[in-house]
Design a protein around this ligand. Structure first.
Ligand code: NAP
Length: 273
């Protein structure tokens, strides 16, 4: 690996990927962000866009968008083009929650001829400002997971780990489960948002409330059933134990949820327009 080869960041304009690109640039690396709308156009569903993004790349970070699989021909093409090191962004709940596209992507990366590392983050703190944002602003959030404690982790810490792992050889062949420094139930996380000056939010962790709220959004019954089943499997694991991997790799404490909440309030993420 040399500094003259750009590090390719797929998914590099989203919540985690944009932070990965920033961390790499901050560390002085040449970074190539490629997505459907970035300067380098890359579309998982358009194989003709892959090679231009891969040209000259030896190291790449791969973040697949939600519900998107990695085509079988992608890793072989990346290797043929010269990629030798890959860090795949996966999910701590990949097996428990049956996230098939990521299970498959993990297999393809492990079976590739590249040196690989798989990063498996728990729930992002930032979910409360992305797909839970409207519920937080409206004051009612339903996730059928009861009061089990989850390992909410800051997207900036996930990115810092990814950037570190991309640029060193000592984590090759590892699967890294990433959590924040403390596990919190949803009510506890929402209390921290309120204590930081954000909205007060009522949490309902029952399947019935979840079914009702998703049904009102027009989500098909069979999709809701599968989601409830997957959340039940996650809840059955009980409280999450923080893994300490963020701390191990970064050599500093991970950001706690209260700090995230204070920053998010200061940034106005839950302000009504
Ligand atoms: N949310 C969680 O708590 C959590 C926890 C663990 C793991 N995960 C996993 O994390 C990933 C999501 O991360 P994120 O929230 O950072 O993503 P995100 O913010 O939704 O960003 C998705 C990125 O993918 C790009 N993209 C979308 N469709 C594309 C396509 N067809 N071809 C190429 N690029 C495309 C987007 O850019 P363009 O729109 O410009 O293409 C963007 O850069 C998923 O794999 C999810 O399963 C999530």
């Amino acid at each position: 690996m040399t500094n003259s080869n750009p590090i390719l960041v797929l998914g590099g304009t989203g919540t985690v990927g944009s932070r990965v690109a920033d961390r790499l640039r901050d560390a002085g690396h040449d970074v190539r962000v490629a997505t459907r709308h970035a300067e380098f156009r890359f579309d998982w569903s358009a194989p003709g866009t892959w090679r231009p993004a891969l040209e000259g790349v030896r190291t790449m970070y791969v973040l697949l968008p939600e519900r998107t699989g990695m085509p079988e021909s992608f890793m072989p093409e990346a290797y043929r083009t010269g990629v030798r090191r890959v860090v795949l962004h996966s999910d701590r709940g990949v097996d428990i929650m049956n996230v098939t596209p990521l299970q498959e992507a993990e297999r393809q990366v492990r079976e590739s001829r590249c040196d690989w590392t798989i990063v498996r983050p728990d729930w992002f703190d930032q979910n409360f400002e992305t797909f839970f944002r409207d519920s937080v602003v409206d004051g009612r959030l339903c996730v059928p997971i009861g009061s089990t404690r989850q390992g909410f982790v800051d997207a900036g810490d996930i990115a810092a780990v990814a950037a570190r792992v991309l640029t060193r050889e000592d984590h090759v062949g590892r699967i890294l489960p990433l959590t924040g420094p403390e596990a919190l139930s949803f009510p506890e996380a929402l209390d921290r948002i309120r204590d930081a000056g954000g909205p007060a939010v009522h949490f309902d962790g029952t399947p019935d409330a979840y079914r009702e709220s998703l049904g009102a959004e027009g989500v098909p019954e069979e999709v809701i059933d599968t989601m409830i089943e997957n959340f039940a499997s996650l809840a059955a694991q009980g409280d999450t134990e923080p893994t300490g991997v963020v701390e191990e790799i970064l050599g500093r404490p991970g950001k706690d949820f209260a700090a995230y909440a204070r920053e998010a309030v200061a940034a106005g993420v839950w302000k009504r327009p």
